[in-house]
Design a protein around this ligand. Structure first.
Ligand SMILES: [Cu+2]
Length: 214
């Protein structure tokens, strides 16, 4: 009897503790499900917003590019000015600051109503000649232009340098967009033929070069 009496409460105790454990387990499971559904709802509501803020906080990459305009150097055709190097490679979706050392000064009149006398498509609408900012030049005071028609970028380069110097240095900055291959060229008639647009003006490796955005 004693054994039986002892056995019954013992087994009842076991059963109830099993119920408590199962209840506890289900409770924890419910809590976990609740927390994860709440966090999912929160990330669905605010997740995209947070990502945008993070992306906007990263400043674009900023790179430097150097060009020279030269004339009558060994191996070149006589009186054909040229951009050197004739190929620039820059990263996509970045800021590019271009520095052009122009060693072929001298004014060449732009054709009437040509849209190449003002700086376009550059940061602040400005270029800098030996540190002096300018947004446009007189059409008869231009030596060359740096123009990428496909990207609506144009910078006129002055024909005269300060204090009779034989070269000047022009800087400007622009944003690159998607990857692609573009032409940079001069649209001031510094070339050959009656128009000034032949010869060096229409020949790759002279006043026509390639900008590779990658
Ligand atoms: Cu030119």
């Amino acid at each position: 009897m004693l054994q039986t009496q002892r056995t019954i409460p013992h087994s009842q105790g076991k059963k109830s503790s099993v119920f408590i454990n199962v209840g506890l387990f289900l409770g924890i499971l419910f809590c976990v499900a609740l927390i994860s559904s709440v966090s999912f709802a929160l990330s669905a509501t605010f997740g995209r917003h947070t990502t945008t803020q993070t992306a906007a906080a990263i400043p674009p990459k900023h790179v430097q590019a150097s060009l020279n305009i030269i004339i009558n150097q060994p191996g070149m055709k006589k009186d054909w000015p040229a951009y050197r190097p004739s190929e620039l490679v820059v990263p996509a979706n970045s800021l590019v600051t271009v520095t052009i050392k122009d060693s072929d000064l001298g004014d060449t009149l732009l054709p009437k109503n040509a849209p190449f006398a003002s700086a376009q498509g550059v940061v602040g609408g400005l270029a800098y000649a030996d540190g002096q900012p300018y947004s446009s030049l007189a059409p008869d005071k231009i030596a060359h232009t740096f123009t990428i028609s496909q990207l609506n970028i144009n910078v006129p380069l002055p024909g005269d340098a300060k204090n009779g110097a034989t070269s000047d240095t022009i800087t400007f900055t622009f944003h690159t967009g998607k990857a692609g291959t573009y032409l940079f060229q001069c649209f001031d008639p510094c070339g050959q033929g009656s128009s000034g647009f032949e010869g060096s003006m229409s020949t790759k490796g002279y006043m026509v070069g390639t900008l590779i955005v990658q």
